[in-house]
Ligand binder design. Structure first.
Ligand code: RUB
Length: 311
């Protein structure tokens, strides 16, 4: 597949979900590296920027590109081999992290639980499926996740795994929260101060969960933690088109629409973040970025792409 069609697949959300986007980008970078003949560094840099320009919020894409672009070597052949190795390492990281998260997260789910999830997170679903496979009797409330209905994907995936699922409208979360034992969601980005950036509506779910004293659990691989936030950068929230929300007739009348795809849940609403290196409090986000991802103030220059590339 050529680079531009790959980028379009991410933009149009044919490929969506933070870890799937990152893994896909790694595969595309690898494929592209095999095709590049001259000016290897320059061409790979261009490819990185094209991919980064697709969707701005999920830091997994940024972390994938940054990881892959730290290839070494002096000849084009050495560089290509190093880049391909790093892309494969990243793909392996995605797969193994999710297995580990499922294993750790499953222990937090009690037999007989009702779980609520929002949007469609492969990490959250991996935890839920693992609990089901361990023989726990569980039920899931899945929100529709307007305007793109990712909740339908979640409901289908869980049902196909033999799990009891009830689909609810996004605004019914508070209505049902007293029947829920825990909330599990995924992450697009975790900031240095432990806040969660995830599908629009997540923070309302967290608010309801806190009010009802229902544990709010996040399933997030460490490549969802944002090194850029250590340096004070804010996470850019993607705003998508009005057509996703309103029919043409309304738009033609001059009705305005705002359609942010993500929102921010402050760390006080989060009980635990399940990562592949353990179940951690959100307050530990800074250490994950520093020690696990290896970013310190000294390595600021390691961040080869700054936010202007997103604009
Ligand atoms: C998807 C979304 C998911 C996270 C985590 O948004 O918000 O909760 O990406 O998913 P979109 P995963 O559909 O707009 O990409 O755990 O699969 O990485």
């Amino acid at each position: 597949m050529d680079l531009l069609s790959a980028a379009e697949k991410i933009k149009s959300m044919e490929i969506r979900g933070a870890s799937r986007i990152a893994k896909f980008a790694a595969e595309v970078m690898k494929e592209h590296a095999l095709k590049v003949r001259d000016n290897f560094d320059e061409e790979m840099m261009k490819a990185s920027q094209i991919l980064l320009n697709t969707r701005p919020t999920a830091v997994s894409l940024y972390n994938a590109i940054n990881y892959i672009m730290r290839y070494t070597g002096s000849t084009p052949e050495e560089k290509r081999a190093s880049l391909i190795r790093r892309a494969e390492e990243f793909i392996g990281w995605v797969d193994s992290a999710q297995r580990k998260i499922a294993e750790i997260g499953e222990r937090r789910i009690k037999d007989g639980s009702t779980i609520l999830t929002h949007c469609n997170s492969s990490a959250a679903i991996a935890v839920i499926k693992r609990a089901h496979e361990a023989g726990k009797r569980i039920e899931v409330f899945a929100t529709e996740s307007r305007p793109r209905w990712q909740g339908h994907i979640t409901a289908r995936q869980l049902r196909e795994a033999g799990i009891e699922v009830t689909l609810i409208v996004d605004s019914a979360v508070r209505y049902f929260i007293s029947e829920v034992d825990c909330v599990i969601v995924g992450a697009d980005t975790i900031t240095a101060n432990g806040a969660l950036v995830n599908k629009i509506g997540t923070s309302q779910v967290a608010l309801c969960a806190k009010e009802a004293r229902v544990p709010f659990i996040v399933a997030a691989e460490t490549f969802k933690f944002s090194p850029k936030t250590i340096f004070g950068e804010l996470v850019l929230i993607e705003e998508r088109s009005a057509e996703e929300v309103a029919p043409k007739e309304l738009l033609e009348l001059g009705v305005k629409v705002r359609n942010p795809a993500f929102d921010v849940t402050p760390r006080d609403y989060i009980d635990v973040i399940i990562t592949e290196i353990g179940a951690i409090p959100p307050e530990m986000a800074y250490l994950v970025i520093k020690d696990r991802l290896g970013y310190t103030e000294i390595s600021r220059e390691e961040l080869r792409f700054d936010s202007e590339h997103y604009e």
